[in-house]
Write a protein that binds this ligand. Structure first.
Ligand SMILES: NC(=O)c1ccc[n+]([C@@H]2O[C@H](COP(=O)([O-])OP(=O)(O)OC[C@H]3O[C@@H](n4cnc5c(N)ncnc54)[C@H](OP(=O)(O)O)[C@@H]3O)[C@@H](O)[C@H]2O)c1
Length: 282
């Protein structure tokens, strides 16, 4: 039970993480406000402030964002506007109504050159516009929101466009697909991210947390597992092109703070993927 909250506002509620978290909430216990860009554009300070003052949520979960690294490189101003200024606007609004703010962030705030998992005490050093704009968003949240949670995840897939759905679509028409074998990460389902958000709110935790599924794999291994689970025999070839799709080559996060605070960890990436694909089949 999220006893300490009565009214939760989820922005980006139609996205992968936003919709997964919304599904977890018991609306007989809580008022749940769901908005996406058509209802409240988070880059519009007045719209954000007016909405917050009208509905007075005591918790704001910011799941809105511009996530594609390549798109962000080409649309740098927009990336900063949504990922940084949007987070600032929500921080200001959260402050004005004394609400807690939960911000979802990413492994892309690191440079991807490490050889061991990044924990919450590792120094961010983003190299892409996406990573830089998300880090700027984190900074606004930390300095403006009265009480905050920042939850960083990686390689997220859920209801929407993502690596899994794109690969399955390609497998319909291509007999051989090349996927980077030198890009490492921990694929994490939006459901697992949503469960961590829930657990952290339940514990009244705050601060910075990494939240990724257990284990590590390459994009190539991830792709192979997806096609195996889907029963497809499309050939997958290992390509050496880390960084080509704009993601860091080493995107592995360590859930150190979850462990230190004895908070239940996300399941392994294989188990989360199996659950996701089973759900897809239904
Ligand atoms: N996807 C990943 O691999 C990943 C990994 C780590 C962290 N994250 C972070 O997790 C958060 C959620 O990611 P996700 O995968 O759920 O993304 P998503 O599926 O793309 O959802 C983001 C939602 O935000 C909406 N949005 C975009 N601009 C907005 C604006 N100005 N005002 C209000 N809403 C706006 C989008 O609407 P449109 O669809 O109409 O644009 C979309 O519904 C993001 O902050 C992202 O940086 C994602």
């Amino acid at each position: 039970m999220l006893l300490q909250h009565e009214r939760i506002w989820i922005t980006g509620a139609q996205g992968q993480v936003g919709s997964a978290f919304a599904r977890m909430l018991d609306t007989t216990e809580l008022d749940v406000l769901l908005t996406d860009i058509d209802e409240v554009d988070i880059t519009d300070m007045d719209a954000v402030r007016n909405y917050a003052e009208m509905y007075r949520p005591d918790c704001v979960i910011n799941c809105a964002g511009i996530c594609g690294p390549a798109f962000c490189e080409e649309n740098s101003d927009l990336a900063y506007k949504v990922n940084a200024v949007g987070a600032r606007n929500l921080s200001v609004a959260a402050r004005s109504v004394h609400a807690e703010l939960v911000q979802i962030s990413t492994d892309d705030i690191f440079d991807g050159r490490a050889s061991e998992p990044y924990n919450e005490f590792s120094t961010p050093m983003p190299v892409t516009v996406y990573g830089k704009s998300k880090l700027a968003g984190e900074e606004f949240v930390k300095t403006i929101a009265p009480k905050f949670l920042i939850i960083r995840s990686s390689w997220v897939y859920g209801d929407g466009e993502n690596f899994v759905t794109q690969l399955l679509r390609r497998a319909e028409t291509e007999s051989c697909i090349r996927v980077p074998g030198d890009q490492l990460g921990a694929p994490t389902s939006a459901d697992e991210v949503a469960k961590v958000i829930y657990r952290l709110l339940e514990k009244d935790a705050y601060g910075l947390y990494h939240a990724v599924c257990g284990g590590v794999c390459s994009r190539y291994e991830f792709a192979r597992r997806i096609l195996t689970l889907a029963g497809k025999n499309t050939e997958i070839l290992k390509a050496d092109n880390a960084g080509e799709n704009g993601h860091p080559s080493y995107a592995v996060l360590d859930n150190l703070m979850l462990r230190l605070d004895d908070i239940e960890l996300p399941v392994s990436w294989e188990e989360a993927l199996r659950a996701y694909m089973n759900k897809m089949r239904r």
